[in-house]
Design a protein around this ligand. Structure first.
Ligand code: SAH
Length: 341
């Protein structure tokens, strides 16, 4: 059996032509799948004979909503079940400029950042392009129209480059969802070859880098990936990215009380980012019980931002959304048993 959503539009077209069908059937079927069809039977503009042929050799798999949690601020967290029984989470957020979704790219994560819940237990598998698209479609169906997308949920997008790339092409397809590349942000912990390739292939998509430390030694302690791609290599790749795309890179900086929120840290950051088009998103660390670290207060975060501003670095404190339902950054985790109690 073929999972029909695994096929790209070209593959689907070839497949249908192979069955003796005209090429335009591809568009009809793709439209039905985008509308969330779960059976060939409901595709009313296909002949009875084609419906039967498709049902014989294809399945339509989907992600299913296992649980929806709604935060006091309107943020919604979705626990989604994959066909193989794995779970991922996606978060829906309402902003002044429209609705936004944060999706997962892997089940679990191998990056091992010490402050993040998603990496506890490692990576179980990569998500397929169709599964990421389904995260978008299923959540949109449940929560309302979405016009911004961030790949900042569970997983490291550049540890799953091929599927993420196929997903970006699919969601941007003008004959499909037609989401503008400029409304998409991909966040990486610093996988340098991924950043380089991404800049070449998706120059219009926004890039965010999880920085969290401006000193190599301290960064290595927080983020094992820094041992493989050190700060020098990372900053080179970011400067190259800026040159190549003309777009400013966003840096995420999780503030950990007493660890990376001191005046020394401000100085080191200002030195590191000197002369770069950039923006720093400050996120007071959200609690993850296992990490044993605490976040800086909002007041301390605001002061950190002001000090950076005085050094000529543009920084804002990210609005905290969904913390009452553990939907905030770094709180998504792979084990459904932790959640489904
Ligand atoms: N792997 C990618 C995308 C997922 S993480 C990346 O690292 O960028 C999304 C963001 O949440 C990252 O900036 C990550 O460092 C941050 N984050 C992880 N744990 C956090 C926590 N406990 N509190 C606040 N932010 C956290």
């Amino acid at each position: 059996m073929i999972n029909i959503k695994e096929l790209s539009r070209t593959e689907l077209k070839d497949f249908l032509v192979g069955l003796g069908e005209p090429a335009f059937r591809e568009k009809q079927i793709s439209q039905w799948l985008l509308k969330g069809a779960c059976s060939f039977d409901e595709m009313s503009n296909l002949s009875k004979c084609l419906k039967a042929k498709l049902a014989d050799c294809c399945t339509i798999e989907s992600l299913a909503i296992e649980r929806e949690q709604i935060s006091a601020d309107g943020t919604r967290k979705y626990l989604l079940r994959c066909p193989d029984g794995e779970y991922v989470e996606a978060v829906f957020m309402a902003y002044e400029y429209g609705n936004s979704i944060c999706i997962s790219t892997q089940v679990g994560c191998n990056m091992g950042c010490t402050f993040c819940a998603s990496t506890i237990g490692g990576k179980r598998r990569n998500l397929k392009a169709w599964e990421m698209l389904d995260e978008f479609l299923v959540v949109q169906g449940a929560a309302g129209a979405i016009n911004h997308l961030v790949l900042m949920g569970m997983g490291e997008p550049f540890d799953n480059y091929e599927e993420v790339s196929e997903f970006l092409k699919r969601i941007h397809d003008p004959e499909g969802i037609n989401l503008s590349y400029r409304n998409i942000t991909v966040s990486s912990c610093g996988v340098v070859p991924g950043i380089e390739r991404f800049g070449d292939e998706f120059p219009q998509v926004n890039l965010a880098i999880s920085l969290h430390e401006a000193s190599q030694k301290a960064r290595e302690e927080l983020m094992p990936i820094a041992r493989k791609y050190d700060l020098g290599m990372l900053m080179n790749a970011c400067r190259e990215h800026e040159k190549k795309t003309g777009r400013r890179v966003t840096y995420e900086y999780t503030l950990i009380a007493g660890k990376n929120d001191t005046d020394e840290n401000v100085k080191a950051l200002a030195e590191l980012l000197k002369g770069q088009l950039c923006h720093i998103n400050l996120i007071p660390l959200n609690p993850v019980v296992e990490s044993g670290m605490t976040g800086s207060s909002r007041g301390a975060a605001k002061a950190f931002a002001d000090k950076l501003g005085r050094c000529g670095i543009n920084a804002t404190v990210r609005r905290e959304l969904g913390s009452d339902i553990d939907a905030a950054c770094g709180q998504l985790r792979k084990k459904a048993s932790d959640i489904l109690t």
